[in-house]
Design a protein around this ligand. Sequence first.
Ligand code: ADP
Ligand code: ZN
Ligand code: ZN
Length: 807
Amino acid sequence: MLPIPIHKTFTYSVTDEEANYLQKGMRVAVSFGKTKLFTGLVFEIHQNPPTLYEAKEIHQILDDKPLVNEIQLKLWQWIANYYMCALGDVYRASLPSAFLLESETIIYKNEAFNNEELLEDDEFLIFEALQHQSQLTIHQVVDILGKKKVMPIVNGLIQKSAIYIKEQIYEQYKPKLVKYVRLHAAYTSDDALNSLLEELSRAKKQRQAVLTFFQLATSKKPIKAKDLETKANVSSAVLKSLVDKNIFEFYEIQTDRINFKGDTNSLKTLNEFQQKALTEIKTSFQQKDVTLLHGITSSGKTEVYTKLIQEVLDSGKQVLFLLPEIALTTQIITRLQFYFGNQISVFHSKYSMNERVEVWNNVLENKTKAQIILGARSSIFLPFSDLGLIVVDEEHETSYKQFEPSPRYNARDAAIVLAKMHQSKILLGSATPSLESNFNAQQKKYGFVALNRRFGNVQLPKIELIDVKEKQRKKEMKGHFSDRLLKLITEALEEKEQVILFQNRRGYSPIVECKTCGVAPQCPNCDVSLTFHKFKHELRCHYCNYQRAMPNSCAACGSNTLDTKGFGTEQIELELKELFPDYKIGRMDLDTTRGKFGYQKIIGAFEAREIDVLVGTQMLSKGLDFDNVSLVGILNADTMLNFPDFRAHERAYQMMVQVSGRAGRSKKQGNVAIQTYNPYHQILQQVSITDYQAMYKEQLQERWQYKYPPYYRLIKITLKHRDYNKVDTAINWLFKALYASFGEHVLGPTAPAIARIRNQYIKNLVIKIPPKQSLANTKNQVSKIKNTFEAVKDFRPIRFIIDVDAY
Ligand code: ADP
Ligand code: ZN
Ligand code: ZN
């Protein structure tokens, strides 16, 4: 198997000796084409010489035991067949890139390496060449050494950390721990306090520190050691001596959050509802391999998962815990690490090459520290040998689907297949299950368990809808805020509580338009208008990252009448800073989280209550658990509802319920305020009483009526090319060919909302597959038509993309 976008495998010849040594799943260095070197994977060892070409010899065997097991190979084949993609693409997507050296791979010297005496002769030659040249390709290594068999040498250099290969290296995140001060428990009574002040009457500085502490303590906020030092005008030594006397104690909020509800790292005791859910899940698993847990936000699903995980670990099997996006879920990682400490490994494409290789090897060898793997979608590709449980948290999340590049798979669905291959159980969890999963549960394909009570019996937040049109008419809007929302924000802040505001658009305003001639500046590479970013005073394309300074005058008519329309997170942040100058406003969107640890920094600051109001995009809706947020505001619900996609309503419901779920999680019932022009929209009505069942029934009805999943399946075909006419001719040809086979079930051709991105014109066709039509036959037919298409010389340069279950 070669890591190239080709369906086929290729036959190479080996000697008897090599044949005896080789096993399926080992890597071999081979050449392909005239000069290219690749890392191939042994897929089959057989005696049938190829008929169409002469089998080449392999260069070398790269492993002494298989790197990939039989179950993985089976999963790869399933993915290639189901998602109609090349086996080579799946192979490439599955292995950390350090395992896949090829001629074009670029290597760099590790500047920190100084153990040159460890290097073998050939290794040293390469290392030395890298002193003169900052980078080399494997191809150049072949030239320098004058031999083809170079992969083990390069592998050796990587293992000794003398070189690394091109990719971004991310550091592990270490949260900054802020030191806080509190009074020792012995001094909480008034009597104790008075005698304390007496006691300190001669230690003036210490007394000053204690008095200042009480002043600050009236604000109910945690008190930072640094702030206390400044305000009391004392040195850190003074605080230290008060801690030594057991009057103060230092603590750190990050760890405190976790220690909060139990001091040891033993699992929490489930409440009766969680316990009942756990029992039902176990009963369900006796009959069904897949079970859906529908647990409302903050019902304590994570604690239920941990009990199941513990039992599977005790039985000696492995656990895979899938998360939609690692960056956003540091909180869950911390929680699970707290319970399972050294048995847990995190796997993520943003981890450095070495970390990924290490996790791969630990899973392969079934090491203790890889008993639980916590990871985003690509962790389904790890070499598990004995999975006992897969948990798919927030199973409704779109980020489980990979859209680009191929393989375009859905990790939740592939995980169900993976579980079957291991005879493992799989639990899908969500507060807002996807329509498909809930449908499967209703059809009794999956088991189903509900958890309808918030932990601690806190009620779900009170949700109110605010009619913006009416507020405008009555002149009760200040900027983008209704008087009602402002009142709720003010009340929360006065109670020292925190606020989350959701606006699903970043930048300052998405449209810039000339008031004189109506022209809006466009991206030169895409068919989309540019978004204004005020902080940098520039216009940016959110599709290709094109950017330029905001012009002073209109390029079309020359007037100085450029105006902005609509609003994004940046504008909301600025308005808030004016409205609430005494509070700290933070913003979380793609622009503020670009840095290495962008998310974690902002989430950490919000947890530590250094931010009072956090404005953000949908990043805020994903599994975050803050205990002091009492209000969530949604500034404009309408953009979500008007999205041109058959899932728009389902998504809008999920997003709003999930963001709302961040309010009032621990102490008292929270508030949610949703601003909209259309308060009678059925989805908003359903959100306002968290009526999942009503949303589900109504959406399902529409899916049936308009022939969409879960009843019909969808295959989407996309063509892309720089030349509009080429794409247009090709898509019409394709439509006719598909129409001949599938008739009215072919939709299109259509141009997407953004019809050109990065100078590529885009056209789509969608094939709908009715419930009774064979999926396999349909795919065969589509493949045949694709082959015919690719045989047309004119069409060859056009990109042909197939996306199965394109949603
Ligand atoms: P969900 O994932 O369902 O939204 P979480 O698992 O995040 O809910 O739980 C919400 C909060 O309640 C968390 O802070 C969690 O630590 C706490 N919690 C849940 N179950 C328990 C329990 N059995 N004992 C103590 N605290 C719990
Ligand atoms: Zn103009
Ligand atoms: Zn662009």
